[in-house]
Design a protein around this ligand. Structure first.
Ligand code: FAD
Ligand code: NAG
Ligand code: NAG
Ligand code: NAG
Ligand code: NAG
Ligand code: NAG
Ligand code: NAG
Ligand code: NAG
Ligand code: NAG
Length: 515
């Protein structure tokens, strides 16, 4: 029996960087306006500026003109109207984990709204809808809703990720084949619009904004509170991990393992919605399988399910797997690699990485070809020791997956026919700058290794792994597709015609005709 494989760290502990104190700026129009409206804010030179302005991804450090720290929705409205009057672009900061540092504006000189003071988490005991402040993080949300009636949500594994950016742009985790994305659990949102108006958006009230926020929230408003339909937490979870290291040096062995796994995924009655899994492979030679099965029988799983799905890997792979039966909170802790579920909010959270990532979303109707799989593994093997970089291959589709149940026009998250989602992620070895730009080429090469052998693959990309190297047109194509993008453009023209809510890939930066 192996223990679980602690391969994917959520947090990389590095020393905190201190910028040299900058000079106090003269009071500008924006400060005048914020002061008049009693909005708490910081500018360069303020006490907590470094902590407030340092992004999670130290590869992309943008310097905001001002960071507001609103305490009420009125403070958010004033932040927005003051920015509009001063000609500044606006982005909200939730957990701050944007791969492109868009929550720092995605450029220098934006107004950033740090949402840390929107932190309440209350579960209505009749509807089991949780009202959650936009400054919260996944681990705190999970614990609070569990303590209020053993409720649960599908979401990512890392406790420090913010609920806001995560749920507005997808939100995948080990419960997602059963319950869908975090986004699919948003039943309503309190939103501050570009004109400062505060609205409650749901399927019947401001339905267009409700549609657009779910998938393109960064372009349409500032969500202050989320109303999330929770689920009853399962009584037990099987946490399954296996080493695939016996196939890591041989592309044909690895390909045969993946191909058998994909065939099993598409055809086996044992793949029920309560089972979600992934593979992880990196340039140090780690290759693992991790899965999570909710309310599953451990004996049947070990004797029937695992041997069939891992049958294409070298003999002994399934027998060497670890299958642990645990409760909900313990399962969340296991997948967080024993990082604490409780995380500080806002600028008190000081974890960082220095990285570049991109994704490949494959279609259920076009399973990966063995040529693609082989090219993928060959690339990983031939780049052993380079980077470092890793790839996580998550199963989104397969029979019964709740991710693919909503129609593609029910929200701006339109990718409802995904099979696998690859996250290709390169970083510095100690997580600190400087970043070697050659890593970008390695990650581009990894994407190409997957997609080039399958020209008809119709691959897309995952919104939450935002890739800053895509231009706005390509981003619009890969994240939304023409139909969704056209619809979003129309709504953007109505509610934010001057593109107040802006980042380099926000809605409106690409022409509809080009997408
Ligand atoms: C360590 C790590 C692990 C991850 N694991 C997973 C995973 O398991 N599954 C998964 O699906 N994804 C995962 N991700 C990706 C993650 O879902 C995205 O980075 C997500 O957008 C982060 O949300 P945030 O609130 O932390 O980020 P932020 O940077 O604060 O926000 C991201 C974007 O949303 C906008 N935004 C934030 N708050 C609001 C608001 N209140 N109103 C309007 N717009 C807002 C920001 O302006 C920005 O454009 C992971 C990321 C990291 C760094
Ligand atoms: C600075 O941050 C600390 C800790 O997060 C907080 O207690 C303090 O109030 C902040 N100060 C200002 C001026 O925002
Ligand atoms: C705002 O959030 C910070 C950090 O979480 C906290 O220290 C501060 O007390 C909060 N302010 C208010 C008014 O709640
Ligand atoms: C949407 O919100 C409004 C209040 O703003 C409420 O009256 C209505 O019932 C809600 N609709 C749904 C479907 O919950
Ligand atoms: C997977 O299924 C395809 C299509 O049915 C088949 O051609 C292929 O041989 C199978 N591969 C493995 C490894 O079983
Ligand atoms: C969960 O999945 C397993 C197989 O993976 C299946 O045997 C079991 O019946 C499923 N349970 C539920 C509640 O769907
Ligand atoms: C965007 O990038 C794509 C792919 O690299 C390229 O073909 C296209 O010309 C670019 N479009 C613009 C408007 O720069
Ligand atoms: C603000 O914009 C919304 C959405 O376009 C609109 O319904 C509302 O009337 C506007 N409010 C004001 C005060 O103009
Ligand atoms: C969009 O079209 C306008 C004029 O038609 C052009 O000036 C602009 O460059 C185009 N933008 C993109 C991103 O293609």
């Amino acid at each position: 029996m192996y223990l679980s494989y602690l391969i994917l760290a959520c947090t990389f502990f590095i020393s905190y960087i201190h910028a040299s104190p900058s000079q106090l700026q003269t009071r500008s129009d924006i400060e005048e306006c914020l002061t008049t409206n009693n909005v708490p804010y910081a500018v360069q030179g303020s006490t907590n500026w470094t902590a407030l302005s340092t992004p999670y991804n130290l590869r992309l450090v943008y310097v905001p003109a001002v960071i507001t720290i609103p305490e009420t929705p009125d403070d958010v409205s004033a932040s927005v109207t003051c920015a509009a009057a001063a000609g500044l672009k606006v982005q909200a900061k939730g957990g701050g984990h944007s791969y492109a540092s868009y929550s720092s504006g995605g450029q220098d000189g934006s107004l950033v709204i740090e949402m840390e003071n929107f932190s309440s988490i209350e579960v209505d005991q009749t509807t089991f809808i949780a009202k959650v402040g936009a400054g919260q993080r996944l681990g705190n949300v999970a614990q609070a809703i569990y303590s209020q009636g053993q409720r649960a949500l599908p979401h990512g594994t890392c406790p420090g990720v913010g609920i806001a950016g995560h749920a507005l742009h997808g939100g995948y985790g080990y419960a997602s084949r059963k319950w869908g994305l975090a986004l699919d659990h948003i039943v309503a949102l309190d939103v501050v619009l570009a004109n400062g108006t505060q609205i409650h958006a749901n399927s019947t009230s401001y339905p267009d904004i409700f549609y657009a926020m779910r998938g393109a929230g960064d372009s349409f408003g500032i969500a202050t509170y989320f109303y999330l339909q929770t689920e009853a937490a399962p009584s037990s979870v099987l946490y399954v991990s296996a080493s695939l290291a016996s196939a890591v040096n041989d592309a044909s062995l690895a390909t045969s393992g993946f191909e058998t796994l994909q065939n099993w995924t598409l055809t086996s009655p044992d793949l029920t919605a309560n089972f979600t899994f992934n593979m992880y492979i990196d340039t140090s030679g780690t290759f693992t399988f991790t899965g999570w099965c909710m309310e599953c029988d451990s004996t049947y799983f070990s004797s029937n399910v695992l041997p069939a799905m891992l049958a294409g890997f070298p003999a002994g792979t399934a027998a060497g797997a670890s299958v642990q039966q645990v409760g909900w909170i313990d399962a969340l802790t296991l997948v967080s690699n024993n990082d604490p579920l409780t995380e500080p909010l806002g600028s008190a959270y000081t974890y960082h990485d220095t990285f570049y990532a991109k994704s490949v979303v494959t279609r259920e109707a076009q399973p990966l070809t063995s040529a693609s799989m082989s090219s993928f593994f060959t690339y990983m093997i031939s780049n052993r020791g380079q980077g470092p970089f890793f790839s996580i291959v998550d199963l989104y589709g397969g029979p019964g997956s709740a991710i693919n149940v909503p129609s593609s026009d029910s929200s701006a998250y339109s990718d409802r026919d995904a099979l696998w989602v690859f996250q290709n992620y390169g970083r510095t070895s100690n997580s600190e700058p400087p970043f070697d730009p050659a890593i970008i080429g390695l990650i581009d090469g990894l994407n190409d290794a997957i997609t080039d052998p399958q020209p008809g693959g119709d691959f897309t990309a995952y919104l939450n792994y935002v890739d800053p190297d895509l231009n706005a047109t390509t981003a619009a194509e890969l994240y939304y597709g023409k139909e969704t993008y056209d619809k979003l453009l129309g709504i953007k023209m109505d509610v934010d015609p001057s593109a107040l809510f802006w980042n380099p890939q926000s809605i409106g930066n690409a022409n509809a005709s080009a997408v």
